[in-house]
Design a protein around this ligand. Sequence first.
Ligand code: PBG
Length: 428
Amino acid sequence: MASTIFSTSSSLPTAVKGLDCNTYKPTLGNLRFIASPNRKSIAAPKPLFPVVKATSDVPVKTGLSDAECEAAVAAGNVPEAPPVPPTPLAPAGTPVVPSLPLSRRPRRTRRSPALRAAFQETSISPANFVYPLFIHEGEEDTPIGAMPGCYRLGWRHGLLEEVAKARDVGVNSIVLFPKVPDALKTPTGDEAYNEYGLVPRTIRMLKDKFPGLAIYTDVALDPYSSDGHDGIVREDGVIMNDETVHQLCKQAVAQARAGADVVSPSDMMDGRVGAIRGALDDAGFQHVLIMSYTAKYASSFYGPFREALDSNPHFGDKKTYQMNPANYREALVEVHEDESEGADILLVKPGLPYLDIIRQIRDNSPLPIAAYQVSGEYSMIKAGGILKMIDEEKVMMESLLCLRRAGADIILTYFALQAARCLCGEKR
Ligand code: PBG
């Protein structure tokens, strides 16, 4: 049962605005006595007390005083209660062995759903999710082949419906990823800071409809770059750092001006967090948070995302700016830079294959941590579920719980809506 692992009850109501899905509600089964089949063989000496049926309602009161009850028990008129349960039989052939002389038996705290729920160390709630949403200029929602269940949403129609559904189950944070028309892509990605561009326009509309929604944005040039890279590409193929940072600052300010709550540089240029902080502050956006993609690895798990946005690099790869998947200590170098440059949230990406990095950062920084369960992770779980090789819902919830256990405060996940529905007891 999902509730034993994820601290939710399937009996929770479906109206869940503001509901804390962490509250474990035990089912009535935990509270009832179980009748023993041989209870009739143990009879009370005299039926002074009404017979207590283990599963019945509370017995009728006798009207006896406390003193009379005590006297009756002292005189041997013990009220009936369910008998001591018999020792359960082991199957024939079970070896008879002396019990092991163990001073500690860790299985004790796992004996029942109530004990397991009491000692569960990690919890997960819809408030921990950030829902990544793909948007485009069209009116229709276009399915993304490699990400079953995900769509490029029409910014004025499908997007609004999806956000409303998410908010209904307590997911009040989204991050936007635009599919930009090819005609607007240039080598310097200037569309990224067009105040009338798709992202700023969408932010203004969302803030108008849902003022309480927390809107995260992606800061990087790849959706706007005719080269498909996160930065400006020099003729020899080098990704230019400081010139790219200049563009990113303009992009972040345009997003903040439109109403973004959190800008999230995912480009991995050096020094961009400090520069963006300065640009935001200069423009009067001191209150806007920066979620830095601190440890973003050059991962093959991003494949379905790049299909979704048609943002594959047109040549080469992203290894000169994204981190080498083989590296662990290097993440701390990035942490120290991002901390000193003023990042508010540190993000690790991908998620599940990089749990050690999440844990390392959790143990080395007091800042909030985000984990990005990326497109490839989502697609693998979906594919396994569709092919009936795994239980999709259970694997989904376990993967999210594990990201929390490793140290993530929030999780960017394409499962946000599905998982929140599951946590709130809504089965689809
Ligand atoms: C690009 C960006 C990427 C993702 C988020 N922002 C892809 C990339 O770096 O090529 C990947 C997200 C995912 O795979 O779900 N700035």
